[in-house]
Design a protein around this ligand. Structure first.
Ligand code: SF4
Ligand code: SF4
Length: 102
C-alpha cells in the first residue's frame, strides 16, 4: 500500500510502564501536522509496552480490558489524530505488530 510502512527490529524487552509517565502537557505536540493511522496486530502483540514508553505523544497504552490469544494485554492507540507518525512505536516493536499509514 503506498505510503504505508511496516518496520521493526529486535530489542531485548526491559522494564516498562503501563501508564505513560509523560503527559501531553509536557510534550511539544505536533498535533495537526500529520494524519496517520496506527494499527496494532493484536495477535502478534505480546504486551511488552515498549511502544508505550517510546510514543512521543503518549497515545499508546496497553489495553487492560482485552486479552489476546496469547494471553497478553495488547497495545492500542487511544488518539489517532494526535499521532505525529514519528514511527517510534513501529520501529521499537520487537514483533513487528504495528503498522503506520500516513
Ligand atoms: S507513530 Fe507511534 S510513537 Fe509516534 S506518535 Fe504515533 S503512536 Fe506515538
Ligand atoms: S505492539 Fe509491539 S512494542 Fe507494543 S506492546 Fe505489543 S509487542 Fe510490545
Amino acid at each position: 500500500m503506498p505510503g504505508s510502512s511496516r518496520i521493526g527490529r529486535f530489542i531485548q524487552p526491559g522494564p516498562f510502564k503501563t501508564e505513560g509517565y509523560r503527559t501531553r502537557d509536557t510534550l511539544s505536540s505536533t498535533r495537526g501536522f500529520c494524519m496517520a493511522r496506527i494499527t496494532v496486530d493484536k495477535f502478534y502483540c505480546k504486551g511488552c509496552g515498549l511502544c508505550v514508553d517510546v510514543c512521543t505523544e503518549a497515545i499508546m497504552v496497553l489495553d487492560m480490558e482485552e486479552i489476546n490469544q496469547k494471553g497478553y494485554h495488547p497495545a492500542k492507540c487511544i488518539d489517532n489524530e494526535a499521532c505525529s507518525a514519528c514511527m517510534n512505536c513501529a520501529t521499537m516493536c520487537p514483533d513487528v505488530a504495528i503498522t503506520i499509514e500516513r
